[in-house]
Design a protein around this ligand. Structure first.
Ligand code: RIB
Length: 327
């Protein structure tokens, strides 16, 4: 966690965990310094809202997913870029502390570290604006330079905060190495069908699904999950927050309920789910059960503030799964 104290932008010195040389999971994605304010209600267009005190946390969908997978036991490496600045050093230190390999995280010489401005209301709902900075400089050459990481990896996880041509290059590299590609369609954007047909699993929430399907928010989520599958990936997951998720694969549709919890901050809930899904999947857990594991990780993440500080350890996820099994 990035702590605010006498020096507001400094991270406390963490004890680094050992970094994997041969990761199980490779994450290509964005790293952001999250600047967070609690607000009584999210502002409407044109409205100014007085909020609470400022907090800063390491974030970015890619980095969050990498930290989530590592905390849940998967050897994990990150491919991305930060600026050659203090925020970049803080984000790198946070990955190091979680045991995520940063060998393929570069300091970009020309752009600053990505920053996300986040408002969170008491229900836990948020709104996020990102200044992407160095994230937009992650290039197909970075994927080539990190090529060795794909040799051991069983899963390549990719949200969409880096350029699409880089994501396409990584999907191709991962497929060539026999590594399963999980594409997280966040933030919402349209995706070319050539990319969708090269991936193993497409994961979208309702807003992202609506963008991909060119519809309004899907009325029947099971149909929407099948419509996502029809876009060309070998599997599709539609996440519905506290209403659970649908997993669609050829000839099979599974519903996975959410774990009921009291949310204080939904930031990084999707990232916790993806990290948990990947960590369980590389251990050989079949996909519907891996989704349940990811859902437990997401439920725990929303009970705590911040992105990376909220991501749970394996022992917590197992305790929650155990409680459900016994209850
Ligand atoms: O998914 C949550 C993340 O989205 C935040 O950490 C923020 O950095 C944005 O990328």
């Amino acid at each position: 966690m990035v702590r605010r104290s006498s020096s507001p932008n400094r991270v406390s010195a963490p004890t680094p965990s050992p970094q994997p040389l041969s990761p199980d999971v490779v994450v290509l994605g964005g790293l952001n310094l999250d600047i967070v304010v609690q607000v009584p209600a999210l502002p409407r267009p044109g409205e100014t809202v007085a909020g609470g005190s400022l907090a800063m946390h390491p974030g970015g969908k890619g980095a969050n997913q990498a930290v989530a997978a590592a905390r849940l036991g998967a050897g994990t490496a990150m491919i991305g870029r930060v600026g050659a600045d203090d925020f970049g050093r803080q984000l790198r230190a946070a990955l190091d502390a979680a045991g995520v390999s940063t060998v393929a995280v570069q300091d970009d010489p020309s752009e600053p570290t990505g920053v996300a401005l986040i408002a969170v209301e008491p229900s836990g709902q948020n709104s996020i604006v990102v200044a992407p900075g160095a994230n937009l400089r992650v290039s197909p050459d970075d994927v080539v330079a990190a090529g060795r990481l794909f040799e051991s990896a069983r899963v390549c996880l990719m949200p969409l905060e880096v350029p699409l041509d880089t994501i396409a290059a990584a999907a191709e590299r991962a497929q060539a190495a026999g590594c399963k590609v999980i594409l997280n369609a966040a933030p919402a954007t349209e995706l070319p069908s050539e990319l969708l047909t090269t991936i193993d699993l497409l994961v979208a929430n309702e807003v992202e699904a609506a963008t991909l399907l060119h519809t309004r928010l899907p009325a029947k989520p099971d149909d929407a999950a099948l419509a996502l599958l029809a876009l060309g990936a070998r599997g599709a997951i539609l996440t519905l927050g506290e209403r659970g998720l649908w997993l669609a694969q050829a000839g099979r549709l599974d519903y996975v309920p959410a774990f009921p919890v009291r949310a204080v901050d939904t930031t990084a809930a999707g990232d916790a789910f993806l990290g948990g899904l990947a960590a369980a999947h590389v251990r050989g857990t079949e996909l519907a059960e891996a989704c349940r594991y990811g859902a437990a990780a997401a439920a725990l993440a929303v009970t705590r503030p911040g992105a990376q500080p909220s991501l749970p350890a394996a022992v917590e996820v197992e305790a929650l799964l155990g409680q459900q099994a016994n209850g």
